[in-house]
Design a protein around this ligand. Sequence first.
Ligand SMILES: [Zn+2]
Length: 232
Amino acid sequence: MTTQLTWLGHGSWLITSGNHRIVLDPFVTDSPTAPLQVDEIDADYILVSHGHFDHVSDIVPIARRCNSTVIGIFEITSWLETNEQLTTTEPMNLGGEIELPFGKVKMVQANHSSVLPDGSSGGVAAGFVIGFPEGRVYFACDTGLFLDMQLIGKMGIELAVLPIGDRFTMGPADSIEAIKLLTPRQVVPAHYNTWPPIEQDADAWAEAVRGETEAEPVVLEPGQSISLGPAD
Ligand SMILES: [Zn+2]
């Protein structure tokens, strides 16, 4: 049993754990850095962090084709049920945890806005802590820095996925503070270099992580993967 996370660019992740396939915030059709087409993504579960187009725009085609279960905040799953007739959903809200075949999924706070593409309320933005067999992964998703990351760190985080793009989320400097609060074993950057306004130097970021925190930084290119657990 191994768990592998593949970065699809931006805030999108394809995760395989055992025989489960999960995609987080699928955004490939309109993403300039996506390594895959939307019809190449098979997923049993789709996690959605908030309502912005760069996180929800490819949910419906994947969910229809794969009959995926969509996991998200109540406002977004209700919107998908009403507007897109997606009936297989797992509604949640902040602080709640559910048990799914691939592990426990906890929805945690994110400091960000959330409106769906047609202007409907997307509730509030969220992040996720997922308990895979090899350890917990924290997807901060789109967020600014917040002190309660310390509480998330107390859960014991194997891998943290943090935005570093700045402007719409925290940038590199705040991500270093986040790592100090979260104390993950490994950390991977996301939500950067999709477009010029969120361009960042990931190697300089990794250098800062090594110098200022105990975490091991892992920088991926879109399409590259990281496996959880001890290095093989
Ligand atoms: Zn975003």
